[in-house]
Design a protein around this ligand. Structure first.
Ligand code: FUL
Length: 504
C-alpha cells in the first residue's frame, strides 16, 4: 500500500507535466488573446486551442445549406431593385413554401435562409415598420406572410431556418440617419420573435445610397446584441462574428482554409465588458488574401478567433429567378464539383434556389438537385476503409461517422502517421479526411501514400483539413497505405478517414 502511495506521488506530477507538455495548459476557447510576452510556441499552442462555439459547430455540421432569393426582383427581372418598385407587382400565383423545402431536402440541404428584405427594402413579412411589404401587395389580398410560410414548412420538415435582412435599404425614408438603426432593430425584433427558432442571421456587406442619397452607418454591435438576446443559438454570418464569407460567389473555396484566423481589431474595453464566451469579434482584413490564418499571420496578431468560411453560390447565374436562365441551371456534375470544393475545403456550402414568379422552385432546378443528391449518395455509399484489417494502429473511431471521436496518430521522426492494411487490394479515387475540430484545427499538411513494390509512393497531398477535406485523385490500387502528417499545430486529432470509389 505504501509503495502504491509512493508510486502515485511520483507518477502524478509526471503525468501532470506530460499533460501540460501536450498543450493542455491553454483552455480551449473560441477566442485566444495573445500577450506581448508570448513566444512562438505559446502562440501556436493557443492557435491549436481555438475551437468553435456550440452554435458554430452545429452550423458546420450542416455542411449544405440553402438560400431563397425572392421578392420584387423576381417580378421585375432585376438582380438589384431601386426601392421604387410598386408593391402591386409582387403577386406569385402558386406560392408553396413547402415545395421549396421539399426541393431543398431532395438536394440534401439542411437549412434555408430567406431574403426577408433585399436591398430594395420590400419586406416579405407583414412588418409594422413600413407599408412597403406584402401587406400592400395583391398576393393573398395583403394577408400573406412569406417568412411565416417558410418558417412553418421548415419546422414541419426538420429543416433549419434563417433570415437575410439587408442592412442596405433603398426604400426606407430614414436611411442615412440614426433613426434607421432603430427601424432596423425593430425589423430584426419582429423577425426574431414572430417565427420561432432562427438558426442563422445573414447580413450582406453592401452599403449603397438610400432614397435621400445618403449612406448609413450601420450599428452592427447593436444588431448583434439584439440577436444574441433574442436568438442566442443563431449564427450571425458574413457581416457578423460567427461565420465569414469565403471571398467568392463561385462555390469554390480555397485550397488552404483555416477556421482559426488572426484578429487585430480587438476592442479591449468591449471585450473586458463581455464574458469571453459571448464576445462578438468580427475580424477585418483584406478579403483578396489567398490564405488566412497562416503561421506568419498568427505570430503578429493580437488575438486568434474561430471564424469559419461559408461558400455561397447560386444554382443559376443570378441570385433571383430569371426565365431566360432556365437552361443555365447548374448540372448535377457541376454541383458535385462545387460540393467537393466547398464542403470538401473546410467550408459550409450555401446554395441559392430562387423561386420563380409562380412562387415555386422551377422543375429544372428540382431535377438537378435530386440528381446531385443521387450522385453524392452513390459515391459515399461505402467507405472502403471499413474493410481494413489486422493493423493495430487502425482505430475504428476513424470510420464511426462521429466527429467528436478522434485519435492522435502515431508519432514518427517526421511527424505523425496512421497505417491502413487490407487483406485484398482496394481501388479508390476519393479521399475524405476530417479533424475533430472540437479540439481545434491543427493539420498544416498531409500526404497519403501507397506501398508499391516495397516502396512508399505519394497518392495525394494537401495542406489544411479542418472540418472536412475531400481530395479527388487518379484511381489508386493497393493493400497498404499510410497517412502522414508532417506539420501540425500541436498533435493532430483525426476524426474520420474515408476511401471512396467514384464510378462515374
Ligand atoms: C450580395 C447581394 O448584393 C446579392 O444581391 C445577393 O443577395 C448576394 C447573396 O449577396 O452581396
Amino acid at each position: 500500500m505504501k509503495k502504491f502511495g509512493l508510486l502515485i506521488k511520483v507518477l502524478l506530477p509526471l503525468q501532470m507535466l506530460a499533460f501540460y507538455a501536450y498543450g493542455q495548459k491553454i483552455k480551449p476557447n473560441h477566442i485566444q488573446f495573445i500577450s506581448p510576452g508570448d513566444s512562438q510556441e505559446d502562440i501556436i499552442e493557443k492557435a491549436a486551442n481555438v475551437v468553435p462555439t456550440v452554435r458554430q459547430l452545429r452550423w458546420q455540421k450542416l455542411e449544405v445549406t440553402g438560400f431563397i432569393h425572392f421578392g420584387v426582383n423576381t417580378f421585375t427581372g432585376k438582380e438589384w431593385g431601386t426601392g421604387n418598385e410598386k408593391p402591386e407587382i409582387f403577386n406569385p400565383t402558386d406560392l408553396d413554401a413547402e415545395q421549396w423545402v421539399l426541393a431543398a431536402k431532395a438536394g440534401g440541404i439542411k437549412q434555408l435562409i430567406i431574403t426577408a428584405k433585399h436591398h430594395d427594402g420590400f419586406c416579405l413579412w407583414p412588418t409594422e415598420t413600413t407599408e412597403h411589404s406584402v401587406v400592400s401587395s395583391p398576393w393573398k389580398s395583403g394577408k400573406g406572410d412569406v417568412v411565416k410560410a417558410l418558417a412553418e414548412a421548415c419546422r414541419k420538415h426538420d429543416m433549419g431556418f434563417g433570415i437575410y435582412l439587408s442592412p442596405w435599404d433603398m426604400n426606407a425614408p430614414s436611411y442615412g440617419t440614426e433613426a434607421y438603426n432603430d427601424l432596423f432593430i425593430d425589423q430584426l425584433t419582429e423577425l426574431l420573435t414572430w417565427y420561432g427558432k432562427i438558426d442563422e442571421v445573414w447580413f450582406d456587406g453592401a452599403n449603397g445610397e438610400g432614397p435621400n442619397g445618403k449612406k448609413q452607418v450601420y450599428d452592427f454591435d447593436r444588431y448583434y446584441e439584439k440577436i444574441r438576446e433574442l436568438q442566442p443559438e443563431a449564427v450571425i454570418a458574413i457581416m457578423g462574428p460567427d461565420v465569414r464569407w469565403v471571398g467568392t460567389e463561385t462555390g469554390y473555396g480555397k485550397d488552404t482554409e483555416w477556421s482559426v484566423v488572426p484578429v487585430n481589431n480587438l476592442d479591449q474595453e468591449k471585450i473586458a465588458a463581455n464574458s469571453q464566451q459571448n464576445v462578438n469579434v468580427k475580424p477585418t482584413w483584406d478579403k483578396s488574401k489567398e490564405v488566412l490564418g497562416s503561421r506568419e499571420s498568427l505570430l503578429n496578431a493580437k488575438g486568434l478567433v474561430w471564424y469559419p468560411a461559408e461558400t455561397d453560390v447560386s444554382i443559376r447565374p443570378g441570385w433571383f429567378y430569371h426565365k431566360n436562365q432556365d437552361d443555365k441551371v447548374k448540372s448535377p456534375e457541376k454541383l458535385l464539383d462545387i460540393y467537393f470544393n466547398s464542403v470538401g475545403k473546410n467550408g459550409v456550402l450555401l446554395l441559392n434556389l430562387p423561386p420563380d414568379k409562380r412562387g415555386l422552385i422551377h422543375e429544372e432546378d428540382v431535377k438537378n438537385l435530386k440528381a446531385w443528391k443521387a450522385l453524392i449518395d452513390e459515391l459515399f455509399d461505402e467507405n472502403l476503409l471499413k474493410r481494413a484489417t489486422g493493423n493495430k494502429k487502425f482505430n475504428k473511431s476513424l470510420v464511426d461517422g462521429q466527429l467528436e471521436t478522434s485519435i492522435v496518430p502515431s508519432k514518427t521522426k517526421e511527424g505523425y502517421e496512421i497505417r491502413f492494411d487490407f487483406k485484398n487490394p482496394i481501388a479508390f479515387n476519393v479521399l475524405v479526411l476530417q479533424e475533430n475540430i472540437t479540439k481545434g484545427q491543427r493539420v498544416e499538411n498531409f500526404q497519403l501514400e501507397v506501398l508499391k513494390d516495397g516502396k512508399w509512393q505519394s497518392v495525394v497531398n494537401g495542406t489544411t483539413i479542418g472540418y472536412k477535406r475531400i481530395s479527388t485523385l487518379q484511381e489508386v490500387n493497393g493493400s497498404q497505405f499510410r497517412l502522414k502528417i508532417q506539420d501540425s499545430r500541436l498533435s493532430p486529432e483525426i476524426s474520420e478517414v474515408g476511401f471512396y470509389l467514384d464510378k462515374q
